[in-house]
Design a protein around this ligand. Structure first.
Ligand code: FES
Length: 155
């Protein structure tokens, strides 16, 4: 993909052009593109004189970073202890089945990405799902279908 080098330079500058700010730089790039393009990693490594292997090591180590394009809507299913006990796995399965996608992946139409997390910090609402930053507590397979509908039709 074509990357906007000016935009990347601005991000690098904002982070002081420091090698040890690589994670923050990647996060800023990901907020711009909704993922971390490989070309951006190559460019940043070149500018900061970081070996490519090291740059990709960082990019693949953190679960929050994705080298694959993310969907328009980001679904995060909590599988922490409380959510797991209250049916989190069934919630995940329903998303996977309804959207025809596996966890940590994006639907073919690019509409949804489905990821899991180990606790969203609101265990009283278990099982919890977060979509585009909005929390849905005490979910169930039928509510998953409603959530999908809501976001498909432009929530
Ligand atoms: S375990 Fe799901 S919010 Fe804490």
């Amino acid at each position: 993909m074509d990357i906007d080098k000016k935009k990347l330079d601005t991000i690098i500058k904002k982070n002081g052009g420091e090698r040890n700010r690589i994670l923050a730089i990647y996060q800023d790039i990901q907020s711009e593109y909704r993922y971390l393009p490989k070309e951006a990693v190559q460019y940043v490594c070149g500018r900061l004189d970081i070996p490519l292997v090291k740059g990709f090591e960082v990019a693949t180590f953190y679960k929050a970073l994705s080298l694959k394009p993310k969907g328009k809507h980001s679904v995060c299913v909590c599988l922490g202890t409380a959510c797991h006990l209250k049916g989190g796995p069934a919630i995940l399965e329903t998303f996977e089945r309804e959207l025809k996608v596996k966890r940590d992946d994006t639907t073919e139409d690019g509409m949804f990405s489905v990821d899991t997390v180990n606790c969203l910090g609101a265990c009283a609402l278990a099982p919890l799902v977060r979509v585009d930053g909005k929390d849905f507590g005490k979910t169930s397979p039928p509510t998953v279908k409603k959530i999908i509908k809501e976001f498909k039709h432009g929530a």
